[in-house]
Design a protein around this ligand. Structure first.
Ligand code: NAI
Length: 457
């Protein structure tokens, strides 16, 4: 099938490459010339395990093309996926300018029936806006071409995106009950048929429910994390181990083990903005989503938990102190720094007068870019950041180590080396990677999240 992907970012590139892998003829459009140039010269602009190989294989086979040519992209696909960003507006609602710009281009250049698929995460009712923009473009051309707008939200996880796309637990598709909607449904059915071969994974629904499903999923996941973080903070006070509690509650099938890990807060391009956007949608209807407001507030606080523990241990004025930070990306296996908790920690440490040496396996370049923006008002603080070559290099002469991202490479370090590199053996573990009783045995002063009972015992 002929597919166009508008927006070749984390979601668009994975979607395009994976659909090409299944034999489709895919045209990926982006307005960012730099990204398209990287892709056309055989590289990929993001870090995503396994993606480069799929991109290379399908580009070589001629099934996957990259371009900034809008007219050609609209001409190519019978199905046009919109996978552009929907970042938070100033008030937290989803900024739809990129989605609507993509829709406008489709309306401007289409010459036959198109299925327009909203793959970006968009508020309920966005399909109506996309439909209106396309219809307006068509009417200004005095053209009555048929089209249908479908909602097909994406559930892939960065860091496992190719695997998630190729083996989805579910495919959610919302279509209209019109003749064009039926036509769109048939094409979507055909496109996703390879994923449904062994058992049906597609949930067909109306467009609004499909739009809502994506927000409901992310809001639920964010809620579990904030819930556990809130309990972890209490556990620190009452002398309980949140990890034991996690096992104890997760074994109940009604609760389950997933997404119960306490830590230094969730980040990334999705949970923070999607929770906020859902709250704003509710406010448009004069409703307050009180649980989600709390989820967001708890998370904003939790991003400060490592900084607070460090300040509690070393004092408010960190001038002359030096800290090692392991992990910058918002989670392992990605270079994505959007809303990463590391940015909050670095802000707290640097503004309190400390210097830092940071290490991340893949996010250093992206970190440099976003930290320049974070510290635009205090560029002199950037000079207090050293980018280390490897984890041990970051430790040298530091007063303590803070762990922000749970990269596998941090799970079993040589603790003798860690101890001898640090000025004093103090670890603030924002991801509960280590066993506090082992840390105690080997003489590390250890601060986890919600586990102080074991560190002190
Ligand atoms: P991204 O920022 O990585 O990629 C978006 C791309 O769209 C950029 O390369 C940008 O240059 C391009 N773009 C913007 N306007 C354009 C236009 N008019 N025409 C062509 N290209 C245009 O964003 P990402 O992370 O891929 O997210 C895209 C959407 O998918 C968002 O709504 C997000 O919430 C959603 N999503 C993201 C997931 C993730 O893990 N990143 C997972 C599931 C959904």
């Amino acid at each position: 099938m002929k597919i166009t992907i508008i927006g070749t970012g984390y979601v668009g590139l994975v979607t395009g490459a994976c659909l090409a892998e299944l034999g489709n003829d895919v045209f990926c459009l982006d307005v960012d010339q730099r990204k398209i140039d990287i892709l056309n010269s055989g590289g990929i602009p993001i870090h995503e395990p396994g993606l480069e190989e799929v991109v290379r294989r399908n580009s070589a086979a001629g099934r996957l093309k990259f371009s900034t040519d809008i007219e050609a992209s609209v001409a190519h696909g019978d199905i046009q996926f919109i996978a552009v960003g929907t970042p938070p507006d100033e008030d937290g609602s989803a900024d739809l300018q990129y989605v609507l710009a993509a829709a406008r281009n489709i309306g401007k250049y289409m010459t036959g029936f198109k299925v327009v698929v909203d793959k970006s995460t968009v508020p309920v009712g966005t399909a109506d806006k996309v439909r209106a923009v396309i219809a307006q473009e068509l009417s200004s051309r005095k053209d009555g071409l048929p089209f249908s707008v479908v909602s097909n939200p994406e559930f892939l996880k960065e860091g496992a995106a190719v695997e998630d796309f190729m083996r989805p637990d579910r495919i959610v598709i919302g279509c209209d009950n019109t003749t064009d909607g039926e036509r769109a449904r048939d094409l979507m059915k055909k496109l996703y048929a390879p994923f449904n071969r062994n058992h049906e994974r597609t949930y067909w629904m109306d467009v609004r429910s499909a739009e809502f499903t994506k927000y409901a999923a992310n809001a639920m996941l964010a809620t579990r994390i904030s819930f556990m973080n809130e309990l972890a903070n209490l556990a620190d006070h009452v002398g309980a181990d949140i990890d034991a509690v996690r096992h104890g509650i997760g074994s109940d099938p009604r609760i389950g083990h997933s997404f119960l890990y306490a830590g230094c807060g969730y980040g990334g391009s999705c949970f923070p903005k999607d929770v906020q956007a859902l709250e704003r949608t509710a406010q448009e209807y004069s409703l307050n989503l009180q649980i989600l407001q709390a989820v967001e507030a708890v998370n904003n606080q939790q991003k400060q938990v490592l900084g607070n523990k460090i300040i509690h241990r070393f004092g408010k004025n960190l001038t002359g102190r030096h800290f090692a930070v392991w992990g910058l990306a918002f989670k392992p296996n990605t270079d994505d720094m959007r809303a990463a908790p590391s940015r909050v920690l670095l802000g707290e440490l640097l503004r309190a007068g400390a210097s830092v040496a940071v290490y991340d396996p893949v996010a250093i370049e992206e970190a440099k870019r976003v930290l320049e923006l974070d510290f635009y008002d205090a560029p002199e603080l950037l000079a207090s950041i050293r980018y280390a070559e490897n984890p041990m290099d970051a430790l040298s002469g530091a007063d303590a180590l803070a762990i922000v991202t749970e990269w596998k490479a941090f799970r079993s370090p040589d603790f003798d080396k860690v101890k001898s590199s640090l000025k004093q053996p103090v670890i603030f573990d924002g991801r509960n990677l280590y066993d506090p009783s082992v840390m105690r045995e080997i003489g590390v002063e250890y601060y986890g999240i919600g586990r102080s009972v074991l560190a002190k015992a």
